[in-house]
Design a protein. Structure first.
Length: 202
C-alpha cells in the first residue's frame, strides 16, 4: 500500500471510530435531568410557549421554563384538572362555577356562579372566538369570554361521552348518535341537523 493510500485508510478508520463514539454517547449526553419544580403531583400540565400551567389536587400553579414558581391559587379544578389558557386568561370550571384567571398573576378576572344551574357542576370548558362554552353531561351554556356574563343560559344538551366543538357546532355524543347544537355561529343552542351532499352530479 502506498504512503498516500495508508494515510487515507487511517483517516477513514479514525472517522468510523469517531462516528461510533458519538453514536454511543450522544443520546446519553442529551438525556439528562434539567430541573425539578416541587408543584405536587400534577393532574394536567399545559404550556403556551411562554410559561407552564400545572393543576394539582386543589391548586392551579404557573411556573416558568426553568421550573420557578410564578403564582399559585387554591382552586379545585373540575374534570381532573383541565384548564384552558387562551389570550390573557386561564379558563376553568370549579364546582358549579366557571372562572377566568389572569394569566400574569393568577388573580380572578371573573366568576360566573352556577351558569348551568343549581347542583350542576361544570365538567367541560371550550373557547371559540369571543365565547366560552361550559357544559356537563346534561346541560350547556354560553358565556361572554371577557365578562363571564351569560350569552345563552343553561340548555338541555345530554351526552354520554365528552362532547366536541366543530366549526360553530357543539357535538354531543348520545346513545343514538351525534347530536349537533348551534352554539357559536348564532349562539342560541337550537338543534341543527347537519347533512353533506356530494358535489358530483349523478
Amino acid at each position: 500500500m502506498s504512503n498516500g493510500g495508508e494515510k487515507l485508510f487511517q483517516k477513514r478508520h479514525m472517522l468510523v471510530a469517531l462516528c461510533i463514539l458519538i453514536a454511543s454517547i450522544g443520546p446519553a449526553a442529551a438525556w439528562q435531568q434539567a430541573w425539578m419544580s416541587p408543584t405536587g403531583q400534577p393532574y394536567i400540565i399545559t404550556g403556551d410557549g411562554q410559561n407552564i400551567l400545572v393543576t394539582t389536587n386543589g391548586t392551579v400553579k404557573e411556573i416558568d421554563p426553568t421550573g420557578a414558581p410564578i403564582w399559585n391559587q387554591s382552586i379545585d379544578v373540575s374534570n381532573d384538572g383541565k384548564a384552558i389558557k387562551a389570550g390573557k386568561y386561564v379558563y376553568l370550571g370549579t364546582g358549579n362555577d366557571a372562572k377566568a384567571l389572569n394569566k400574569a398573576d393568577g388573580s380572578t378576572k371573573w366568576t360566573s356562579l352556577s351558569p348551568l344551574g343549581d347542583a350542576q357542576p361544570i365538567k367541560y370548558v371550550y373557547i371559540k372566538g369571543t365565547y366560552i362554552l361550559v357544559s356537563n353531561d346534561a346541560k350547556a351554556a354560553v358565556l361572554d369570554r371577557e365578562t363571564g356574563n351569560a350569552v345563552v343560559t343553561a340548555q338541555d344538551a345530554p351526552c354520554v361521552a365528552e362532547p366536541k366543538i366543530f366549526g360553530g357546532y357543539y357535538l354531543a355524543p348520545t346513545a343514538s348518535g351525534v347530536q349537533a347544537y348551534k352554539a357559536f355561529m348564532l349562539p342560541d343552542m337550537r338543534i341543527q341537523s347537519i347533512s353533506k351532499q356530494s358535489d358530483k352530479e349523478v
